[in-house]
Design a protein around this ligand. Structure first.
Ligand SMILES: [Zn+2]
Length: 495
């Protein structure tokens, strides 16, 4: 190994150590930190994040990475390291344009904004969050312009979460989907359906937590390399492939949502736990493409988790853990988890209307960054779009614009990833069935780990070293299109 590469690995270790600390602070802040601990906690988080940012963008590291990109050094590297040094050079050139002072102000503002959002959501009062949202919008726009001065800021933001995508490419596939989906959803919603109150009976929280562990283990989550926690909004956090953590949000009278959150976050975690160890701590060692990431969580949650065959091997155990399900047949359960409703809340919605919730957020972000719609007009615009897409209007902002945490820390451009993930899933499912045979048969036999192994081999092990477009082409052999997802929805929900 070249001397320069050894030096780079040492530098990466220092960065990895700082990242480890900031991630642990973040985990603590989101799971168990007492409210009053926030001030000091966010100070420390800002300090460590800023140190890490300085290290990541330092002149010494930049010089070293540039040397490793010179032909004589570059050619001696293996494919993974070629990817890593090339990626580092590009990332550094972009992030070195962000002034360090701006960076720490931004981290501080994000932490404050998250707290204000939570308060606003609990009080259903948009005015508490509005000034913070305004700041998040202007800071993210500024950050995008620092990093890529010649590019449209919203295109840049989309690229942060799904490299290679921009408004033009997303519009093309989303419009195709929207055209088919709005009439399909109208048709489904027009069919008579009754609510089954048995699914909303108070269910012991500890039993729900026990079931979460059973579900995670069932799909292939490795508890030697991961653990669970609780937070307002479920998320997955990876410290390394050997320490991947998931959270959940339990509610006494809604036991089904946490089951699907567990399966969803479990899908993210399985991805991270199975990235090859040689990539650990490098730019390839965690999947940074959120569309690809969401495709994995949503594959488990929807493509697998909403099939009867998924539940056949474990429904008896579920009924034992949750006695409130003892009088519910598996068929009634499967009907409920596929019940298409015009729900106000994205995270509580079914797999079909979910897509419309994302289209709405994507259109909102375009209004913000492309049409400069003022923050004060956003709640009304949100409600109008809900009426247009799903025929319902939120009664208040808590069930409208305040419901998601993403914008609270400046995560604009993330939402399209969820829908891209589902679109990829339609394509992955077709290929998987071509290679492994019927997914229903595999699941029914209790062999879900065969599916996990297929995903490990085809997708997970590579981490970030394959761009989203390459993943799609290598796995499916086809260019990106929503046709497979549309076909899947029509077959499943059309009649
Ligand atoms: Zn997710």
């Amino acid at each position: 190994m070249s001397e320069k590469l050894t030096k780079l690995q040492e530098e990466l270790k220092k960065i990895q150590n700082l990242n480890h600390i900031t991630s642990l602070l973040y985990w603590d802040m989101k799971t168990i930190m007492p409210k009053e601990g926030f001030g000091r906690h966010s100070e420390v988080l800002t300090a460590f994040s800023t140190d890490c940012f300085k290290l990541e963008t330092s002149d010494e590291l930049y010089a070293l990475v540039k040397e490793l990109n010179a032909p004589c050094e570059y050619e001696s590297l293996d494919d993974d390291w070629k990817f890593i040094v090339k990626r580092m050079l590009r990332d550094m050139e972009e992030s070195r344009r962000i002034p360090a002072e701006f960076f720490s102000e931004m981290v501080q503002a994000q932490a404050e904004s998250s707290v204000a959002w939570e308060e606003a959501k609990n009080a259903s009062d948009f005015s508490i969050f509005a000034p913070h949202l305004e700041k998040m919008i202007s800071e993210q726009r500024q950050k995008a312009l620092y990093m890529q001065p010649d590019k449209d800021p919203y295109d840049t933001m989309i690229g942060w979460y799904e490299e290679g995508m921009d408004v033009a490419s997303i519009d093309r596939i989303f419009e195709e989907l929207k055209k088919e989906l709005i009439p399909l959803v109208k048709d489904i919603l027009s069919r008579p359906k009754t609510e089954d109150a048995r699914f909303f009976r108070p269910t012991d929280l500890n039993a729900q937590k026990q079931l979460e562990k059973v579900l995670l283990r069932y799909i292939g989550f490795d508890f030697n390399k991961g653990c669970t926690g609780e937070s307002e909004h479920p998320f997955t956090l990876e410290l390394s492939a050997n320490d991947v953590r998931v959270t959940n949000h339990f509610q006494e009278t809604n036991p089904i949502d946490p089951m699907f959150s567990a399966i969803h976050e479990g899908g993210h975690a399985i991805f991270e736990q199975n990235i090859k160890p040689s990539l650990d701590g490098t730019a390839g060692g965690s999947c940074s493409y959120m569309g690809i990431h969401e495709s994995q969580s949503r594959f488990y949650e929807n493509i697998l988790g909403r099939r009867k065959a998924f539940w056949i091997p474990i429904y008896g155990e579920l009924q034992k853990i949750l006695p409130t399900f003892a009088d519910i047949s598996i068929d009634d359960f499967v009907k409920e988890i596929n019940h298409v409703r015009a729900s106000m809340i994205r995270t509580e919605s079914d797999e079909v209307t979910y897509c419309l919730h994302i289209l709405l957020r994507y259109e909102m972000e375009k209004e913000i960054f492309r049409n400069n719609v003022p923050v004060s007009e956003l709640p009304v615009l949100w409600n109008q779009k809900m009426e247009e897409f799903l025929g319902v209007t939120p009664a208040n902002d808590a069930e409208g614009i305040l419901q998601d945490m993403h914008w609270s820390d400046g995560g604009f451009g993330y939402f399209p990833s969820y829908l891209l993930g589902s679109i990829y899933d339609g394509m992955f499912l077709e290929k998987m069935e071509e290679e492994l045979g019927s997914v229903d048969e595999i699941l029914e036999k209790g062999e879900i780990l065969k599916i996990t192994a297929w995903l490990n081999e085809k997708i997970h092990q590579y981490g970030s070293t394959r761009l989203p477009k390459e993943v799609i082409e290598k796995v499916t052999g086809k260019p990106l299109s929503s046709a497979s997802l549309i076909r899947y929805f029509k077959e499943k929900h059309g009649k």
